[in-house]
Design a protein around this ligand. Structure first.
Ligand SMILES: [Zn+2]
Length: 64
């Protein structure tokens, strides 16, 4: 698992390139988001450091 993935902490969207994530942050989230590595994001979610206000991006496929 050497694939680095970055996550926007506001919309929990995933990015494979950090500059894409940063550009998304500037364009979509007005720079309010924090771009973290997936492993750090998952750790933050576990400790409730990051609380996404919408889960559509991630779990829409699980809705029947
Ligand atoms: Zn975002």
């Amino acid at each position: 698992m050497d694939r680095l993935t970055y996550v926007c902490t506001v919309c929990s969207e995933h990015f494979t390139r950090k500059y894409s994530a940063k550009r998304h942050n500037q364009n979509i989230d007005s720079g309010a988001a924090e771009i973290v590595r997936l492993i750090d994001y998952l750790a933050g979610r576990s400790s409730r450091q990051y609380m996404p206000d919408k889960e559509a991006c991630v779990q829409v496929s699980s809705i029947p």
